[in-house]
Design a binder for this molecule. Structure first.
Ligand code: ATP
Length: 232
């Protein structure tokens, strides 16, 4: 593991019921770096995040996180600085925005600095917030705790592009300000490439393309077109 990386996987394979679905993954994340994890439906993006998080076992290969090899569970990795924002919105619907920050151990002042639009909604029950506002609460709460590595699965599901833009801008700023490494699984490819430093493209559980996000845009577009036309 390089001295500075928050995550390095080496030839990592993982999957379900003892069968590998993602194979031979070499993925690294440096502090402050936003990594986009792209690929068509079923490519293995969520499986990769679950393996990194410790929710699925490494069937072969290794996960090195925060300077050491890990085979432990998510809650132990979380105690050392891993945060995982999953597809399901994870706000407490019966609690207010302010209570959501409090029980999540987040600093409300800091959360409002990230998303001032939540200020008038602090006493509103989170169940009554829009989908985008709920994601703001989720993301602010996760970032405010200053994880070393933040995994985000499909932030944009069902949200308007403008809202997704806003959320991802905040993630990118917080990542570079606080040195948080981020892996972002995202269906909106252009947006993901615009906010990330580097990207990995998965297909059938393997990395088929990787590189700096501002260099690989054209290749990703070609790949996308070939999926859509069913040629590749
Ligand atoms: P999407 O964009 O559709 O969420 P993805 O790239 O995140 O796709 P994964 O969710 O990682 O893809 O799924 C990869 C493969 O693993 C798929 O073939 C899926 O059917 C399979 N899979 C997912 N969850 C399970 C499970 N609990 N048990 C068995 N197979 C599963």
């Amino acid at each position: 593991m390089t001295m500075s990386a928050v995550l390095e996987t080496h030839q990592l394979s993982s999957g379900y019921h003892g069968h590998a679905f993602v194979t031979d993954l070499d993925i690294s994340v440096e502090p402050g770096e936003v990594i986009a994890l792209l690929g068509p439906n079923g490519a293995g993006k969520t499986t990769t995040l679950l393996a990194i998080a410790g929710e699925l076992p490494a069937l072969s290969g290794t996960v090195e996180m925060f300077g050491r090899k890990r085979t432990d569970a998510l809650y132990k990795r979380a105690a050392d600085g891993l945060a995982f924002v999953t597809e399901e919105r994870s706000v407490f619907m019966q609690l207010t925005t302010a209570e959501n920050f409090r029980v999540g151990g987040a600093d409300a002042v800091e959360c409002l600095q990230m998303f001032p639009e939540l200020e008038p909604l602090m006493n509103r029950t989170a169940g009554l917030l829009s989908g985008g506002e709920q994601q703001m609460v989720t993301i602010a709460r996760a970032l405010s705790r200053k994880p070393k590595l933040l995994l985000i699965d499909e932030l944009s599901l069902g949200l308007a592009p403008l809202v997704v833009h806003r959320l991802l801008d905040v993630v990118r700023d917080a990542a570079s300000t606080h040195g948080i490494g981020v892996i972002l699984v995202e269906q909106k490819v252009e947006l993901a490439l615009a906010v990330s430093n580097r990207a990995y493209v998965l297909r059938d559980g393997k990395v088929i393309l990787q590189g700096p996000s501002d260099h690989i845009g054209a290749q990703v577009k070609e790949l996308e077109e070939s999926y859509l036309s069913g040629i590749a």
